[in-house]
Write a protein that binds this ligand. Sequence first.
Ligand SMILES: CC(C)(COP(=O)(O)OP(=O)(O)OC[C@H]1O[C@@H](n2cnc3c(N)ncnc32)[C@H](O)[C@@H]1OP(=O)(O)O)[C@@H](O)C(=O)NCCC(=O)NCCS
Length: 176
Amino acid sequence: MDNIIIRQDKYKEYEAITALHTLAFGQPAEGYLVELLRDSKAFIAELSLVAVKDGSVVGHILFSKISIRKTKDTSVEVLALSPMAVLPTLQQQGIGSLLVLEGLKRASKLPYPGVIVLGHEHYYHKFGFEPASKWGIICPYPEVEDEHWMALELKPEGLTNARGLAQYSKEFNALG
Ligand SMILES: CC(C)(COP(=O)(O)OP(=O)(O)OC[C@H]1O[C@@H](n2cnc3c(N)ncnc32)[C@H](O)[C@@H]1OP(=O)(O)O)[C@@H](O)C(=O)NCCC(=O)NCCS
């Protein structure tokens, strides 16, 4: 895909990002989630990336902190890829893939052992995601099918010690 720049988002783009999610998802929940996460402890500014074409925001991806509870007293912090959206008129052209690849590249330079995603296995397998059950990472939503609950190691053997129940930050309750 030509003329697409992937970079960290800017304050002046916040409104456009919310609008983009609302358009892509057909509902306001995900855009609202982004706004809540931005003001939360789970937010990582370097991992809120936009795809820009001709000066306009056409895609956005966010990786935020999620905790995996191993025992009553111990947990490990990983990343959650969510949400992500591309302008409907520009989907199926590789922009989403550019966002995922650049996000993973930047994430791998930070001190997180892995990434979790809840989504379509067909889409995420090509980036190396595998069922999170491989590492014993339990989805907090019991209705989610195993193949939709995926993880990827950002460091060698990064998730070996991540067995436990994933706990999204409370902002994700906005998704209902
Ligand atoms: C999910 C979403 C972000 C993907 O964005 P996208 O830009 O369409 O993603 P891509 O173009 O990288 O990939 C989509 C498909 O296009 C194909 N594709 C990629 N580059 C292509 C190109 N140059 N020409 C044609 N097709 C291409 C990919 O192979 C992929 O097909 P596949 O799923 O069969 O493998 C987008 O569809 C979206 O915003 N959906 C609504 C919101 C949503 O559901 N978000 C995900 C949950 S958080």
